[in-house]
Design a protein around this ligand. Structure first.
Ligand code: NAD
Length: 400
């Protein structure tokens, strides 16, 4: 069960922080668990919206459309959002939603009905100061647009800040699409300092992976391997990422680019300075962790390294920047959109980029400092900082 990963992580962190039993129990409890059975043209879909902890602010986190969505998964994802939001110093708790559905190939009209049905079921539990959804797997700005429209129709008022990742026309921000990769790229730059001779492999050439590869290439770094679900390519001289993107758009895969063909196992085992994981969860496991030769790994994807693999990588002195830190750029972008919507201001892109950079660098510096000071990996250090903030807010409220 996915939630076992949460409890296992909490056990690890608990030892470092010497958490009291009541603190641990509080972290394992949920502010609000809402579920519903959506009825769309007679077809039923199970759906959830769950807020893990709300001591720091309203819930914040995406809505996932996937056949594998379950209450257990949504609970775990909302817990991880609490950690990510707290670590980034955002005024948000953790929230997540999901619908158990196979959206691939579903007509847009049906997806719109499902999205509106989600809001019809959950409009009492979401809201600008309650719990603020955003896109996640198989949801996008259009999904957010339908949901906002349905919410405002039911409430009879405008409330653009009730959801983020919206189209620009509805109060979204230009930064949101690339903010995850941009945030991870600031961390990469902090790690390498002035070095330029750095090789990078990127597993997953979607939104997060493509934007990261593009930023790295434009800044003069060598992206020597890229992959997608169909496989990958390797070229020791580095790829022209614009060209790779063009080929991917034309043919649906990066595998028809020049370079040597490699599979998705091989890309993980390349001898590179940085391995960027931007595809799926559970890519590095205890089976292949020993074969990883990259010196550094940045987790743009959520959960690409299992807990056992994480320990092996740490023993092998491979630096891992964990998902809750590395891909926080997405939720920082969402935060800036929420602030814009709440205040009615219109932020310039330059300002948004500056804020993202500052927040990412500050989080990274704090984690880097603590992991060296306590001699723990960056994941444990990230959780310690995040949990300290959550418990601090709980105490300040007199709830602990
Ligand atoms: P996406 O669907 O745009 O891209 C995923 C890419 O991974 C695609 O190119 C796909 O072909 C590839 N892929 C699928 N299976 C693969 C496999 N077995 N091996 C290699 N590549 C494979 O998704 P995305 O938005 O880029 O998200 C990727 C990861 O980043 C997810 O874990 C997501 O949760 C995480 N993430 C994304 C954002 C964001 O803003 N996009 C924010 C936070 C976290």
């Amino acid at each position: 069960m996915v939630f076992e990963n949460v409890t296992a992580m909490l056990d690890k962190v608990s030892k470092v922080m010497e958490l009291k039993e009541e603190e641990k129990q509080l972290l394992l409890s949920f502010s609000k668990i809402s579920h519903a059975e959506l009825d769309v043209d007679g077809e039923k879909f199970l759906a959830w919206r769950i807020v893990h902890n709300n001591a720091l602010g309203p819930g914040k986190g995406g809505i996932r459309y996937h056949p594998g969505v379950s209450e257990d998964e949504v609970k775990s994802l909302s817990f991880w959002m609490s950690i990510k939001n707290s670590l980034a110093g955002l005024p948000f708790g953790g929230g997540k939603g999901g619908i158990q559905i196979s959206p691939k190939g579903m007509p847009q009209e049906k997806l719109e009905k499902v999205s509106r049905a989600f809001i019809q079921s959950f409009h009492e539990v979401v809201g600008v100061n309650k719990d603020v959804p955003a896109p996640d797997v198989y949801t996008n700005p259009q999904t957010m647009g339908w949901m906002l429209d349905e919410f405002e129709k039911i409430k009879g008022r405008k409330e653009p800040g009730m959801i983020t990742g919206k189209p620009l026309a509805l109060g979204g921000i230009p930064l949101r699409g690339a903010s995850t990769a941009q945030g991870g790229f600031y961390i990469f730059k902090e790690m390498i300092g002035d070095k330029k001779d750095v090789t990078i492999a990127v597993q997953g050439f979607g939104n997060a992976g493509y934007h990261f590869a593009n930023l790295a290439h434009k800044d003069g770094f060598k992206v020597v391997a890229v992959s997608d679900s169909k496989g990958g390519v390797y070229d020791a001289n580095g790829f022209d990422i614009d060209d790779v993107k063009m080929k991917k758009d034309e043919n649906g895969t990066v595998t028809c680019c020049y370079g040597d063909k490699i599979d998705n196992k091989e890309i993980l085992e390349l001898e590179v300075d940085f391995l960027i994981l931007a595809a799926l969860e559970n890519q590095v496991t205890k089976e292949n962790a020993h074969k990883i030769k990259a010196k550094n790994i940045i987790e743009l994807a959520n959960g690409p390294i299992t807990s056992e693999a994480d320990d092996i990588l740490y023993e092998n002195k491979i630096v891992v920047v964990p998902d809750v830190l590395a891909n926080a750029g997405g939720v920082v972008g969402s935060y800036l959109e929420w602030v814009q919507n709440k205040t009615g201001m219109i932020f310039e892109e330059e300002y948004l980029v500056q804020r993202l950079e500052k927040i990412m660098k500050k989080s990274f510096a704090a984690v880097d400092h603590l992991h060296k000071e306590k001699n723990v990996n960056m994941r444990v250090a990230s959780y310690v900082l995040a949990i300290e903030r959550i418990l601090g807010a709980e105490k300040a409220r007199g709830r602990l």
